[in-house]
Design a protein around this ligand. Sequence first.
Ligand SMILES: Cc1ncc(COP(=O)(O)O)c(C=O)c1O
Length: 394
Amino acid sequence: MIIDNDTETTAALIKLVGDIFGPAPTPLHRPVFEGNERAYLVDTIDSNFVSSVGARVTEFEDRIAEFTGCARAIATMNGTAALHMAQLVAGVRAGDEVISQALTFVATCNAISYIGARPVFVDVDRDTMSMSPAALRRWLKENTRRDGADTVNRRTGARIAACVPMHTFGLPGRIAEIADICDEFGITLVEDAAESLGSYVGPRHTGKFGKLATLSFNGNKIITTGGGGMIVTDDHALADRAKHLTTTAKVPHAWEFVHDEVGYNYRLPNLNAALGCAQMEKLPAMLTIKADIAARYRAFCAEHGLHFVDPIDGTTANFWLNAVRLKDRNARDTFLEYTNARGVMTRPIWALMCDLKAFADCQTDGLETSRWLADRIVNLPSSVPESEFHRLAT
Ligand SMILES: Cc1ncc(COP(=O)(O)O)c(C=O)c1O
């Protein structure tokens, strides 16, 4: 059911935002440091290990591996670097093509371009706002041919080296179906799980379906290290390669400086990892609080005839950013103007990647649903409210 968001409803929503988060201005998502962040930072400074070597980096990796159920985790200085490295170790090379979604944050596609590969954009599903398995299969069937073990784009002759779907706002996509299609076509699956730490398909954490997956700990994410990212995988050889490449490809030696290929200085500093260790201690509580906020928005939307975007059956979202789907672009813009003018930060979903200059010439499947959603989706304030801080501080 989608009913116009009249001014009365929007005003009532602003009141609800005030009840949850306190008086405006209300940010979209702010970080919370109510645990051991300060103590761990001071310890790290005192240890002198403030840079890319240090116990906290390893500890943070271990915590993420344990939480996601992945065998290995490799910390990077941000999620974009993690995406770049994950695709490189997955075998993406210059001249290849990588299938992704146009409805995503630009980092997904930037990382493809860093390698000299080109994105191809297939549509998303209306409910998950993440890559549609049906659209993926249709595009592959209509546009590619097999060449030995490879799948090749008939129009460009380029190899389809990888598929990079993204779990939008922490709502899990239909990733098991996508994994099956990738298997069938011999395409490596790399999940952009930047937004979905704490989101599951059944009992399985998002990021466990791809050969590799990546996370982000940017300041706006569910937990933050200031800036930071992670590659997760069950493949030890790929994990070793990612660790090597992200640490300047240095060959271990007590004093010699031997770097056996061009590497990257992408490792997460110990200072940032210290923040991450403290944040991980609070993640379960954060997830509970976020589910509570989502429940309040859901109840409001049900009462007022607004469409609250919920995870699909069989999945659990982290409710990193809550979203409503409005009637049309006009309703969206009216809503954005009204709320932002009153100090309640709301934001539209991203512009489609193929509408950005850098990706304007990329092949697409028409992206009908992506465009439909881009006209209608708005994010609501979703931070942990001040009133809940005591639940995190204890
Ligand atoms: C979907 C998605 N991919 C990748 C990134 C990149 O992460 P970072 O900002 O840590 O580089 C982000 C977030 O910023 C994101 O939302």
